[in-house]
Design a protein around this ligand. Structure first.
Ligand SMILES: *[C@@H]1O[C@H](CO)[C@@H](O)[C@H](O)[C@H]1NC(C)=O
Ligand SMILES: *[C@@H]1O[C@H](CO)[C@@H](O)[C@H](O)[C@H]1NC(C)=O
Ligand SMILES: [Ca+2]
Length: 279
């Protein structure tokens, strides 16, 4: 009993020593205002290790950096089913670990949340290309995960997307596209969507050439890649896949819009992705 206790104590102090290293290694921890002690898969790793046999603890303890070399999920779909929704560390192939919110609905979970916004947001969304590239906001409330991270996640497998829109009456509506990917930065993070289903309306693809979003490059206020003579992102506040200019506007302070479902008066939005399911 005493031996087990002291080895637990030892393991816990090793973890405490490693925490600052880990914090440095999680690239966007500060940018998304996350705290180490709320990261769900950090805790479960610790609990899991505590329950492990003494041998495992000793071998880990003899090489403390070993704890750094665990493998993180590549996206939220690799978080074990039945886990709660919340803040997790993921590590997409080729990237440093990053924090993200995982939507772990028991019946339909494993979604990586790449965007969340609400009408009363504190953040302005009028950010530069490089701020959009690596993400900003607050992982607990409103945030943009980062255009580069989204691109890197979607390179790993074939992904689908769910746009979740809370309309003017605060009813929840989905717009699902069975494919979702972003081309790389040299191609302007051009958006590629698959076939639509849902009740929110196909506002990303079905509109006229001047308001379509599918197949558009991403634009931010300091990098105009839209199809308009002016600069949509600087006129309308946030970075997005603008044409000339939009039927959907989710990255904005106030004025969230989804086609004709809620034009400037949507209550909130979220964008979820996960590997595509084939039926
Ligand atoms: C969980 O999924 C079910 C079925 O798709 C849905 O009705 C419910 O609203 C979801 N809950 C959350 C919190 O997303
Ligand atoms: C809208 O409904 C959600 C639950 O789906 C709730 O959490 C939120 O507070 C509501 N927002 C407003 C502005 O009423
Ligand atoms: Ca332009």
């Amino acid at each position: 009993m005493a031996a087990r206790h002291s080895s637990l104590l030892f393991f816990t102090s090793v973890l405490a020593l490693l925490a600052p290293l880990l914090a440095l290694d999680i690239e966007n921890l500060g940018r998304l205002k996350a705290n180490l002690d709320e990261i769900i898969n950090l805790h479960s790793h610790k609990l899991h290790s505590d329950e492990d046999g003494k041998n495992t603890q000793q071998s880990r303890a003899s090489d403390p950096l070993q704890t750094e070399h665990r493998s993180w999920p590549k996206d939220c779909s690799e978080v074990s089913a039945g886990s709660p929704s919340g803040v997790y560390v993921i590590q997409p192939t080729g990237l440093h670990p990053i924090v993200v919110y995982c939507e772990m609905n028991a019946t339909d979970g494993g979604w990586t949340v790449i965007q969340r916004n609400q009408q009363s947001t504190e953040i302005t969304w009028a950010e530069s290309w490089s701020t959009y590239k690596y993400g900003f906001g607050n992982v607990h409330t409103e945030y943009w995960l980062g255009t580069e991270y989204i691109h890197q996640i979607c390179k790993q497998k074939v992904y689908e997307v769910r746009f979740v829109i809370w309309d003017a009456a605060n009813n929840t509506k989905f717009a699902d596209y069975n494919l979702f990917s972003l081309e790389d930065e040299s191609q302007g993070y051009r958006l590629r969507l698959g076939t639509y289903s849902g009740l929110a309306g196909d506002a990303m693809t079905s509109n006229s050439a001047s308001t379509v979003h599918d197949n558009m490059k991403f634009s931010a206020k300091d990098l105009d890649q839209d199809t308009y003579s002016g600069n949509c992102a600087s006129s309308y506040g946030g970075g997005w896949w603008y044409s000339a200019c939009y039927s959907v506007r989710l990255n904005v302070k106030g004025g969230i819009t989804w086609g004709s479902l809620c034009n400037g008066n949507c209550k909130a939005s979220a964008i979820f992705i996960k590997p595509a399911s084939y039926c």
